[in-house]
Design a protein around this ligand. Structure first.
Ligand code: EPZ
Length: 417
């Protein structure tokens, strides 16, 4: 089982490029189930979650292969419409095949995901959406089965903002008979990117990126090509790696406005941040202030950058209050940071981080989920001595060769097999 070894104390400097967005690529790949034929995707990152998605797609009739930088998916009617437990257990995003399978083939059988490190992650809002669109839902043996002759348009009001729920609704409603209006929709850039790809396939969607999205269902969709939007969470992670080491780092191939909430907080902390059309630069800083953050749906502070920003706050002057509003258990990284010497008091939705410059000591720590592992890498960059991070497969789910990108900026970091 791979691990990463980081030796702290090096200021990072230089330029690094962001890869394509995992959280845009996953729903987009599942959306290819909506139309038979050859779909072509550019800027799809090389990640474990992409591999898992390609395996699931293959079991659903959509074979895929890389042609240079392009991922080609050939979709045809599958023999089965099942996302099994083994696949869903590895990757919760497998639930995103529900909407496409139901809309295209009238049937989908998806394993209930079970729990995960950051929270219960239920799928009740996904199920309710399919029911509103006319599906008959049954459950047995840990699986949910949805059936419908043909879905019909509906008014869907999400009681809480759900990225995946909005994406499943978009995909299912694209082939429903009639008009669907989604209210309290997620506004994440990944939702907008999915909508763009669905529109390229012939879907009639308006309002993506706002909280009200209208979909005029069509009878069929066509395969299309699409370039996946840059990964704003990777870009934010790389920016924070530069910041926490007091270095000067430019992150390229990104969309600054997608990180506005975090950029504002870094400026409040005293960092100089310059933005270009597709780049963000953080300037070296010998000391920064603690600032409070509270995660929220886009355009608020991203929950997927909460752990990484907390690492930055362990080195700040003062005390930062970190509030996690999206997931009920997304402080698994706190105890690992404390092992490195950080002074953090976790409560239910709040963690109080008392910053103290340069007082992290390298130690063996364990990754618990994708973004917590990135947080531990960032802490290792500033810890005295060696930090040994185990269970790094979590990191590989969502970051394309992160250790290589950081080494390219001057970090003393390596992967141990
Ligand atoms: C997406 O997860 C992302 N994953 C997550 O990124 C991200 O943290 C999350 O959105 C929030 O931004 C992908 O896009 C593949 P939600 P998703 O539905 O869609 C509750 C990462 O690190 N909820 O917006 O699963 C849920 O429990 C991952 O890349 C229900 O109660 O998140 C949570 O509290 C982690 N019932 C809140 O809504 C439901 O049916 C928001 O979840 C669905 C969700």
């Amino acid at each position: 089982m791979d691990s990463i070894i980081v030796r702290g104390g090096h200021r990072l400097s230089g330029t690094v490029a962001t890869s394509g967005s995992k959280n845009a690529a996953l729903p987009i790949l599942f959306a290819s189930l909506l139309a038979d034929g050859e779909h072509r995707f550019d800027n799809v990152p090389y990640l474990r979650d992409i591999d898992s998605t390609q395996q699931l797609l293959a079991s659903l009739g959509a074979e895929s292969r890389r042609e240079g930088d392009t991922l080609v998916v050939n979709t045809r009617a599958p023999g089965a419409h099942v996302a099994d437990y083994e696949t869903v257990r590895k990757m919760r995003a497998s639930i995103l095949c529900l909407g496409p399978l139901l809309a295209r083939y009238g049937e989908a059988r998806v394993s209930l995901p079970g729990g995960c490190a950051i929270g219960s992650r239920p799928i009740d809002l996904h199920i309710e959406t399919m029911r509103r669109l006319g599906a008959e839902i049954t459950s047995d043996g840990g699986y949910v089965t949805a059936r419908a002759q043909r879905l019909h348009g509906a008014n869907i009001l999400f009681e809480k903002v759900t990225v995946g729920g909005t994406e499943n609704a978009l995909m299912a409603a694209s082939l429903a008979h009639g008009t669907t209006v989604i209210e309290n929709a997620a506004k994440e850039p990944e939702v907008v990117d999915l909508a763009r790809y669905l529109q390229a396939m012939g879907a009639k969607i308006s309002g993506a990126g706002t909280s009200v999205i209208t979909i005029e269902g069509v009878d069929s969709l066509q395969p299309a090509s699409h370039r996946v939007v840059p990964d704003r969470i990777e870009a934010g992670t790389l920016l924070l790696a530069g910041a926490i080491t007091g270095g000067q780092v430019t992150v390229e191939n990104c969309i600054p406005v997608h990180l506005q909430a975090m950029i504002d907080k870094m400026r409040d902390a005293g960092f100089r941040i310059d933005t270009g059309e597709t780049s963000i630069t953080v300037q070296g800083n010998d000391g920064w202030k603690a600032v409070d953050i509270a995660t929220a749906p886009y355009p608020g502070f991203p929950t997927d950058l909460q752990a990484q920003f907390m690492a930055l706050m362990t080195q700040a002057k003062g005390t930062a209050v970190v509030t996690e509003h999206i997931f009920e258990n997304r402080f698994m990284h706190v105890q690992e940071l404390v092992r490195l010497g950080a002074d953090i008091t976790p409560m239910t939705q709040v963690a109080v981080v008392r910053g103290k410059r340069g007082k992290l000591d390298g130690a063996p720590v364990m990754a618990t989920d994708l973004r917590a592992s990135a947080c531990l890498v960032l802490a290792g960059l500033v810890a005295d001595g060696e930090t040994h991070i185990s269970r790094i497969y979590h990191l590989d789910r969502g970051y394309e060769h992160l250790e290589r990108k950081l080494a390219g900026l001057g970090a003393d970091i390596e992967r141990a097999h």
